[in-house]
Design a protein. Structure first.
Ligand SMILES: Nc1ncnc2c1ncn2[C@@H]1O[C@H](COP(=O)(O)OP(=O)(O)OP(=O)(O)O)[C@@H](O)[C@H]1O
Ligand SMILES: Nc1ccn([C@@H]2O[C@H](COP(=O)(O)O)[C@@H](O)[C@H]2O)c(=O)n1
Length: 291
């Protein structure tokens, strides 16, 4: 709560230099140019030589130090919400309609486990426990993915998950999000969805077994298929409950932090998928791909 900027009705802040990126500056990005226009107040000479406070047009270059991508100006949207709120589902829709690149922190961590990296076991244990992996690991993966990708519009899904994630990302990359898309959903509904995500019918197993017999590779292929069908290691009731607790204790404060900066766009994620996407579309309209 100490990080919250002073409310709107509070007395005006002391005058700040035009380029000071203080919470008083309410910056808005022009999606076509990537330039942010600030309604920051600067002291100007008015009529008859009086000193007036006037809105200044401030470009992002002036406000934010060069980011980790050098001259390349990027638009970053953080996609947050409880486990199973539908972040990944809607990110796929946004990618398709608005040309963003989807970077899921969870997917990057799971890929790191599969790659056999030295951090693999640590990451796997943290995920099984629903705990948050140290920021330096996740940020390095996000950084590498952003540098490799030529796109300039990124949806960062499931990150920042806690205050450490948030502060470290901004310090290391010098990138702040254009806004935060927050999928709001009840735990009851999220639990139902997550348990459903792991559900594979007995019929599917029988079908796969039959298929393996047909192509005579039962011994090797069937166990592999079973592992794949098992789904995510954290989609079980025990881990799901732990993830909910972590979300409330560590992730909600991050959303509150950005809300205090007027950067949160909240979506009712309890609605059916197409209806949620209608709401998402309205938010992303300024980023529509040119046809
Ligand atoms: N609006 C919705 N209504 C009903 N089911 C949904 C909705 N959105 C997503 N789902 C389903 O809920 C499950 C979880 O969705 P998804 O993987 O998109 O959530 P998530 O927020 O990315 O989860 P996580 O944080 O665990 O990665 C999926 O099986 C998905 O098909
Ligand atoms: N910033 C993050 C994001 C994720 N994790 C770990 O991965 C798990 C799954 O994440 P999803 O976004 O795919 O649900 C999550 O429970 C964490 O264990 C992380 O540590 N840091």
């Amino acid at each position: 709560a100490t990080d919250r900027p002073t409310p709107q009705h509070a007395p005006r802040a002391p005058p700040t230099p035009p380029c000071d990126p203080s919470p008083w500056s309410r910056r808005r990005a022009d999606p076509s140019t990537g330039i942010r226009f600030g309604a920051q107040l600067v002291r100007r000479r008015g009529a008859m030589g009086t000193v007036v406070d006037a809105p200044a047009v401030v470009t992002e270059k002036e406000v934010v130090a060069e980011n980790m991508l050098g001259d390349k100006k990027v638009t970053v949207v953080f996609v947050l919400g409880g486990p199973g709120s539908g972040k990944g589902t809607q990110c796929s829709n946004i990618v398709e309609h608005f040309g963003f690149t989807h970077l899921s922190a969870g997917d990057l961590l799971r890929a790191e486990i599969k790659s056999g990296s030295e951090n693999g076991t640590m990451i796997e244990n943290m995920i099984k426990e629903g705990k948050i992996v140290p920021s330096e690991v996740t940020i390095k993966l996000l950084q590498q993915a952003m540098i490799k990708n030529e796109n300039d519009k990124f949806l960062i899904d499931g990150f920042p998950r806690n205050e450490e994630n948030r502060a470290a990302f901004e310090n290391v990359t010098k990138i702040s999000p254009a806004f935060v898309l927050f999928f709001n959903c009840s735990e009851e509904e999220m639990e139902r969805r997550l348990l459903g995500r792991n559900e594979v019918s007995f019929f599917t197993y029988v079908l796969m077994f039959g298929l393996c017999i047909l192509i005579k590779t039962t011994l090797f292929l069937f166990p592999t298929i079973c592992i794949i069908l098992q789904g995510r290691v954290d989609d079980n009731i025990e881990t799901i409950r732990k993830r909910f607790k972590v979300f409330v204790e560590s992730s909600l404060p991050v959303i509150e932090y950005y809300d205090a900066k007027d950067k949160v766009k909240k979506i009712d994620a309890a609605k059916p998928i197409p209806e949620v996407f209608e709401d998402v579309k309205a938010i992303f309209a300024p980023y529509a791909k040119a046809t």
